[in-house]
Design a protein around this ligand. Structure first.
Ligand SMILES: [Zn+2]
Length: 450
């Protein structure tokens, strides 16, 4: 299987429109240092995973590939630091770390659709803010894996995702948002143990633990959250009567309550993230040591911003994410900028499957980007915000009724997008051009309020 994969990869790269220069990371087996040149394709035996130290995992004996993608729903970029997620942060050198993993949208369905397919919905003329995807609108990598004989599992605690993005999965484990990552891990490991040894396996986990409300499930986080400020009604942080994520009564908070709740939710969010960090580390340790484990987030979120739909949610400027691709063969690599549409081709390439002809917008992570990554969000009331990214900046164009303006954020100094530099810094020309082109292609999907 590995020989075939490497051969295919070599021919794919030869025919790919992206010049194979610039030292793209090697997604092949960890002992293979030159697969992109196609020069070392004849030596693998097929049964060797190349893992001189790779056979220490719990069930990797047959040498079949394992890919596990973990999406930490609403995991903001700023959570990924030493103080909040120390275990995951400490693993950066164990794989390929993408510092800015540009989100394509501001909420789960479109971002996860792009992660799984390598395309942006709005670029296909599909409104990314609809709750349901038109049937057949996109093709998921899970379909390619399944077709190629991989065992495929979806373990999702996000219902909007379960209702839209399940094609190509042999088995679907659906749970509600309060299902912990530890519970998901137990199910995933049990499923992996049932897969025939020689069969490669692909697992997609959508974990909801970082998403409001921070339910009683997270018992250890209750105290600091409530203690943060007693002026915040408890139901803002925890489940409300209808069990929904974002209760309408958020809108009715007083100014003082809004401030108190913003602070309280921030504390709760970080507390939960530290808990998730532990559970995620346990998952990583339970997987075969030669598995490719991808940890990404779908979008960030903002607290109680009255200008944002639901009074909670993500704006385009909060779509910065990170990605960590853990694998011994990728250790120590850093990529400054990639887009969520780049994950699908990365996974297909890793598996030795055809991505070049798969109608995908992205490129395998680490290869030169074809164009600046872009983000798109319409608030349903004619407010369109689009962003373009380079390694230094995120440039946002807001189009709201008669009000059009730019915002510019420096990625290194200001990860939260707190300081708008649009009035003090010359706007990068390439990003302006990318926004212009994006606007002309997609603005029609965001008509003004009727
Ligand atoms: Zn989400």
């Amino acid at each position: 299987m590995y020989s075939a994969s490497v051969l295919l990869l070599g021919s794919l790269l030869a025919s790919c429109s992206t010049p194979p220069t610039g030292g793209p990371p090697d997604y092949g087996d960890e002992t293979d240092t030159g697969s992109e040149t196609g020069t070392d394709t004849g030596t693998d035996t097929g049964s060797d995973t190349g893992g001189e130290t790779a056979e220490t995992g719990n069930d990797s004996g047959g040498g079949a590939k394992t890919i596990v993608v973990v999406v930490l729903d609403t995991g903001r970029y700023q959570l990924f630091e030493q103080g909040t997620m120390p275990l995951l942060y400490g693993r950066r050198a164990e794989g390929l770390y993408v510092d800015t993993f540009a989100g394509v949208e501001a909420w789960t369905l479109p971002t996860t659709a792009s992660l799984m397919s390598g395309v942006r919905l709005e670029e296909r003329g599909v409104d990314p803010d609809d709750k349901f995807l038109p049937p057949g609108a996109i093709k998921l990598v899970s379909e390619a894996f399944q077709k190629d004989g991989w065992a495929t599992l979806l373990a999702s605690a996000n219902e909007v995702m379960s209702a839209n993005l399940f094609a190509g999965f042999d088995e679907k484990l659906k749970h509600s948002y309060d299902w912990s990552l530890a519970d998901q891990t137990a199910e995933v490991i049990s499923w992996l143990e049932g897969v025939p040894e020689e069969q490669p396996r692909f697992v997609w986990i959508q974990a909801m633990n970082l998403h409001v409300p921070y339910d009683k499930l997270h018992a250890s986080c209750e105290a600091p959250a409530v203690a943060a400020d007693a002026e915040c009604p408890e139901n803002v942080i925890y489940t409300t009567g209808d069990g929904g994520f974002v209760p309408g009564e958020f809108r009715n908070l007083s100014e003082a309550e809004t401030a108190a709740c913003s602070a309280a939710i921030e504390v709760a969010h970080r507390c939960v993230a530290t808990q998730v960090d532990l559970e995620l580390d346990a998952l990583i340790q339970a997987l075969p040591s030669d598995a490719l484990i991808v940890v990404v987030t779908d979008h960030g979120e903002g607290w109680l911003d009255p200008s944002v739909e639901h009074n909670w949610g993500a704006t385009v400027k909060l779509t910065r994410s990170f990605a960590l691709l853990l694998h011994p063969g990728l250790a120590g690599q850093t990529v400054p900028l990639a887009s969520q549409v780049d994950l699908a081709p990365t996974l297909l390439k890793w598996a030795g499957l055809d991505y070049a002809s798969a109608d995908i917008e992205g490129v395998p992570i680490g290869e030169p980007l074809l164009e600046p990554p872009t983000t798109w969000h319409c608030d349903g009331h004619g407010h369109l915000a689009i962003a373009a990214w380079d390694e230094t900046y995120q440039l946002v164009y807001n189009d709201h009724l008669n009000n059009q303006y730019y915002e510019l954020f420096a990625l290194q100094d200001d990860p939260g997008g707190d300081v708008d530099l649009a009035f003090t810094t010359e706007l990068p020309e390439a990003l302006l051009a990318a926004l212009d082109a994006k606007y002309s292609r997609t603005a029609s999907l965001c008509p003004a309020d009727g």
